[in-house]
Each structure stands twice: as C-alpha cells, then as structure tokens.
Design a protein around this ligand. Structure first.
Ligand SMILES: Cc1cc2nc3c(=O)[nH]c(=O)nc-3n(C[C@H](O)[C@H](O)[C@H](O)COP(=O)(O)OP(=O)(O)OC[C@H]3O[C@@H](n4cnc5c(N)ncnc54)[C@H](O)[C@@H]3O)c2cc1C
Length: 435
C-alpha cells in the first residue's frame, strides 16, 4: 500500500501532535506549560521506535487521524517554544510569505557572479520544502545550499529553494560509536567543529570545506584522504515531484570520486533535508598525507596527536593554499582530477615524463588537473575581471564584477587547450547554472 506523507496525528486525551514525515521519521509537538510547544524529532533507528512509528501510522488506539487543517488549528492554539528548544525544525509550514520575486542571488554564492532568480524560497522545515515544491506556474526548480559549488552562468528563470533546515541530534550512542542526524542547512564546517567538541570524531580531515551539510553527499566531498562516504550513515530526501520523503542508505547513494547518484541517475530529482553520520570517539586518525605529517611535526604535535589537532592542521594548510572566497570569489577546485588509463598516462609521459599522477581505483590513474593547467601556462592568467589563481591553477577566480558567462568562457577555453595539449578531457567539478 502506498502512503502519502506527511501524515497528521494526535493522541486521544492528550494534546501531543505528530507529523509522520516518512516511514522512519516523526516530528512531535509536546505541550510545555500552558501555551507553548516543544518540538522533538524521532528517527526510527531501532525496532521499538520503528514499531511506534507504524502504530502512529496505522492510528492504533489512542492515536487519532487528523486532516492538515485541524492539525494546524490545534497547533495554533499554542505558540512554539524558543528556537533553542526546537531541535531540527520550526512549525508547519514556516515560510508562507517567506519568498521573494526577481531576487539577486550572486551574493549567495562564493563566486559572487551577479545573477537573479525568478523567485527564491528560504526553507526551514520539510513542510516548507513541500510547500515550495508545489507547482508555481511550473517554473523549473533548483536547490541552493551555501553556494560554494555553483557558477551562475546567467539568471535563473525559475524557483530557487534556499536550504536552511537546521538541527543536530544524536540518535544512538554505544559509548564509542554515535549516529548523529544533521539538518541539511547546517554549515558543514560548523558541524565538523561541533562534532569534534562533542568528541565525535572522523570528520576532522574535512574541516573548513565551505558549504552546507545537505550538499556534502551530492559530490561526496573529500579532502586529505577522507571522503564524506567514509562517515555517512544515511540521508533523507524529499522527491521533487511527489513530495515523498525517502531514506538513502550508502549503497543507494552510489558514491564515487566527487560523485553520487544525485549527480547521475537521480540528478535534480531530490531535495536532501538531513544527513546522518556514523562517528566514533576512538576513530582512527588519518594523517598519511605528507603535508599533514610535516605540519604536525612542525608544531610538535606528531606524538599523541588528537583529532582536534588534525583539524587545526588541516585548517592551517587550507588557509595557506586556497583563496578565501570572502576576499576573492571562487568555488574551490573548478575541475575534477581526470581519471585515465595507464595507456593514456604512458602516452602523456612520452612528452611530459614529470606529469603528476596518483593511483586510482580500478587500475587507472588520477592525473593532477592543477599540474596540467599550470604546465599549459594558465596559472595566474587574468582575463578582464576573472582568471586563474596565481597560486592554485585549479581555482578560477572572480576578482570582482566578472559575469558567470565570462568565467565559464574561460573554463571552456582551458578545457579545449588541455585536450589539444594532452588529449585529456577535463570535467568541471563546479555546477553551472543556466547553461
Ligand atoms: C574555497 C573552497 C574550497 C573547497 N574545497 C573543497 C574540498 O576540499 N573538497 C570538496 O569536495 N569540495 C570543496 N569545495 C566545494 C564545495 O565546498 C562543496 O562542493 C560543498 O559541498 C558545496 O556545498 P554548498 O552547500 O555550497 O552547495 P551549493 O554550491 O549550494 O550546491 C552544490 C550543488 O548541490 C545541490 N544542492 C545543494 N544543497 C542541496 C540539497 N540540500 N538537496 C539537493 N541538492 C542540493 C545544488 O543544487 C548544486 O547542484 C570547495 C569550495 C570552495 C569555495
């Protein structure tokens, strides 16, 4: 039997209200004092909780079915407690009226290329997402997180859904391993630092990557030998056409190098609303990268290193190597490192024996795209208001006032040049909007 989510319920003889968001997720409004609610998120991570969600769904005594209007009327009889007391969401739906037409959106991206969206919605809950997904003149829809991996090549003639679902909740803890659910709108770096504060380790090598938690599985973000897939437990996403909430376990995400099912067969079909991570207090340290080891040594931290120290070192390395988007517009690495066969490598080595490469899974090799671009003479190249960073050939930059179309034209020219010089096709890591 197929079930349309969300489903609305209340307890007979008690004021508690429930939204069943999906088969494994319930939001509960519990009364506090005479006039307020406290909102709780429940994730069915074990059998008793799964059973409880099924009972709510079936409406077993003392549960009562409600339609959305009755549910809202009952909700409005009280106000919501302060935001601090609301883990994960705000009341249903929060954003009616919280949308703007013909909105400038360049400043919401780290490239800072000016562009407008026909309308933009800020979403703070699953209900907001569903509300924003309703047909509005059937305009196309895009999701924006922290805007650190998009290039607005032109105005977006459609709806833009700006993700702002917050909340961090530990759902299981066996004394060492924890599972923690994080709202898609949380800042990635703030979440990593919060996890370290709590002693939940395993994400330290991914400190200081810009962007939101919800975007992290999209391209399986990675740095210094760790990828998000290494600590990913599951995510929940709302289908753009049906509004159904579904859970994606690791296998269904088909993670690869800067890749996942959300960039392939499920592209532009889902809005990721929260991500769960499996972390450990005793997570093994991942310090095999030479640059991490030497930085640890130079600080005298190479013996008895802590997870927090690894994060500090990663942050220092990143700050010394990558341009800060607050100072100069960019989206980090513009291109992926191309994976090629050993035969292609051998052909390139005939003319360029010093080409930089690393072993890749499946017997191939990963070429350093930055090296190819640097040796092709592009590093430091400036064209009008955009160019290639003078320290990092993989990073295209907006010195101020460049349009997305100008930056994309430069990227395109670099890609053609790399094909001419090395016979290798570069693939952008950054998502182009409006092409
Ligand atoms: C200085 C700098 C350094 C960087 N370093 C790294 C690095 O080391 N490793 C790395 O992997 N990346 C790196 N990046 C790239 C970027 O930070 C990541 O890709 C990040 O995950 C993007 O998050 P975001 O929220 O900004 O996504 P956005 O740029 O807002 O969106 C990226 C894509 O994901 C989609 N999307 C976003 N949120 C959702 C959602 N909730 N549901 C569905 N779709 C969604 C968007 O539609 C878009 O297609 C760097 C970027 C910068 C600027």
């Amino acid at each position: 039997m197929s079930i349309d989510y969300p489903q609305f319920r209340k307890l007979e003889g008690a004021p508690n209200l429930y939204i069943i968001e999906g088969p494994k997720h319930v939001t509960e409004w519990q009364p506090m004092g005479d006039s307020k609610w406290v909102v709780h998120q429940h994730y069915a991570s074990d059998y008793p909780r799964y059973q409880w969600v099924s009972e709510l769904l079936q409406g077993d005594d003392p549960v009562r079915f409600l339609n959305v209007d009755t549910w809202k009327r009952l909700l409005n009889e009280r106000s919501v407690a302060s935001a601090d007391e609301i883990p994960g969401r705000t009341p249903y739906p929060t954003n009616q009226g919280l949308w703007r037409d013909n909105a400038p959106v360049g400043a919401l991206t780290t490239f800072g290329a000016e562009a407008r969206a026909s309308c933009i919605f800020e979403v703070k809950s699953d209900a907001d997402v569903r509300w924003a997904l309703q047909d509005r003149d059937e305009l196309p829809l895009m999701v924006l997180g922290g805007g650190s991996n998009v290039l607005m090549c032109q105005d977006w003639a459609g709806r833009m859904l700006h993700m702002n679902i917050l909340g961090i909740q530990k759902v299981t803890d066996d004394g060492n391993a924890v599972e923690v659910v994080v709202g898609a709108g949380e800042s990635w770096h703030a979440w990593v630092m919060h996890a370290l504060e709590c002693g939940w380790n395993g994400l330290e090598n991914l400190a200081l990557i810009p962007g939101s938690v919800g975007a992290s599985p999209m391209q399986n973000i990675g740095a210094y030998g760790v990828e998000v897939k290494d600590r990913f437990a599951w995510l929940e996403a709302i289908h753009r056409d049906t509004g159904a909430l579904e859970r994606f376990e690791p296998k269904r995400c088909a993670f690869g190098y800067r890749d996942s099912v959300f960039k392939q067969s499920e592209k532009e079909k889902w809005v990721i609303v929260r991500v769960a991570f499996s972390l450990e207090r005793t997570a093994p340290l991942n310090t095999q990268y030479g640059v991490i080891q030497s930085e640890l040594q130079s600080r005298g931290w190479d013996r008895g290193t802590t997870h927090r120290q690894v994060a500090e070192v990663v942050m220092a390395i990143r700050q010394s190597k990558l341009p800060d988007p607050r100072e100069i517009g960019n989206a980090g690495s513009f291109f992926k490192n191309p994976v090629v066969s050993k035969e292609v490598l051998a052909r390139i080595q005939r003319n360029h024996p010093e080409v930089v490469y690393y072993p890749a899974p499946d017997g191939g090799v990963k070429l350093a795209a930055g090296w190819l671009i640097d040796r092709a003479g592009w590093k430091g190249h400036q064209r009008g208001a955009c160019g290639v960073h003078d320290q990092q050939a993989l990073v295209l930059v907006n010195y101020g006032g460049a349009t997305g179309a100008e930056i994309w034209a430069l990227a395109h020219e670099i890609m053609e040049d790399i094909v001419d010089k090395y016979g290798v096709q570069l693939v952008p890591e950054v998502n182009q909007v409006g092409l």
